[in-house]
Design a protein around this ligand. Sequence first.
Ligand code: ASP
Length: 439
Amino acid sequence: MKKVVKFGGSSLASAEQFMKVGNIIRQDESRRYVVPSAPGKRFSGDVKVTDMLYDCYAAAVEGQNFDDKLDMIHKRYQEIIDGLNLKFSLDEDFETIKDNFSRKAGQDYAASRGEYLNGKIMAAYLGTEFVDAADVVRFNDDGSFNDKVTNDLLSERLSGLEKAVIPGFYGAKEDGTVVTFSRGGSDISGSLVALAVHADLYENWTDVSGFLIADPRIVKNSKSIEIITYKELRELSYMGASVLHEDAIFPVRKAGIPINIRNTNAPQDKGTLIVESTCRQSKYTITGIAGTDGFAAITIEKAMMNSEIGFCRKVLQVFEDNGVSIEHMPSGIDTMTIFVHKDTFEEKEQKILSDINKAVHPDHIELESDLALIAVVGRGMKSTRGTAGRIFSALAHAHINVKMIDQGSSELNIIVGVRHEDFKNAIRALYEIFVLTQL
Ligand code: ASP
């Protein structure tokens, strides 16, 4: 058994957190490859080291004195080193970083030092080899990620190592220029390492016990999801549920490696297992509920629309020409409604309306803003009758008017559109009917 373990920023924010991580790693011999993030927040209101680095580098670029800002970062690491009683110093590294900041080595280089330094501490703490991600994660000259070369470099380097620490979030071009992934990108690094070493499991340790069925800010004490498929996860993430960086899924999914989201502060919890497919039914008909606010709907009405060949295409063309992405498109016989993100639409509203008028000469166009979309997702819906019925009845009981309903043909999700002011109550009503009453 071979596991890759990635630890997020809050799991490595202090010496105390490092000790929890050390225990987790030592508890299981198969936890061989460790991918750390930079130290995150220790308490609410604290600042992540990555943000401190961005800020410090911005001062350097503006030609300001950045000594104090860099000292503060050094102090964060020194506190961890002291708290772990390590005979280990980052003094030389900080000298190098200072020089490189002065000669403006780049924002990505600056941000990457968070993971680089934390990786060095982790390697010293565990007594494990440190592998600099700049040597094994490759970006092309244009800044895009090179998966093929990365996989070759990582497999070759790690095949000779029983255990290793590989910092997350960054890599480098062939000429050594450091490049980072987007924020939260250590998740991607962990996934790449798991692919390269043919891991049996990619454990992603964070500060929650996996995915929750519903957003805990809306549903208090929401239960967590034990097992979820990649497809279900994609549906929920699209609607705003986020624990894992989206791009982290592709490498391991391709190789059939499951991801287990675990909680560093509650290692006894099993967390959420993300798999390609499973015959294990979820406990409830649904796997999860997620929603996003801030949609606008444009309803176009025209008598005999259904017999006008090319009508939909012409309307869609207007949105494409104006660079506005369409999220959903429910339609009737003589109406079609287009759901778009309000912010992107509002900028071009009048131009789009006039283009639609020119393209299809509708009888009437109606606009509605402040709508929310809620996805009820679950592989169990396929084999269960009456899911849509229950959704409607839960919402009706909560006095919520449904503006739209859309069921994908895969029967993996049902999306309902409601008014902004009903958004939270709708999620609570759906959670109640599917989870609390266990229908
Ligand atoms: N430290 C980086 C960030 O704050 C990357 C990561 O934690 O995954 O976004």
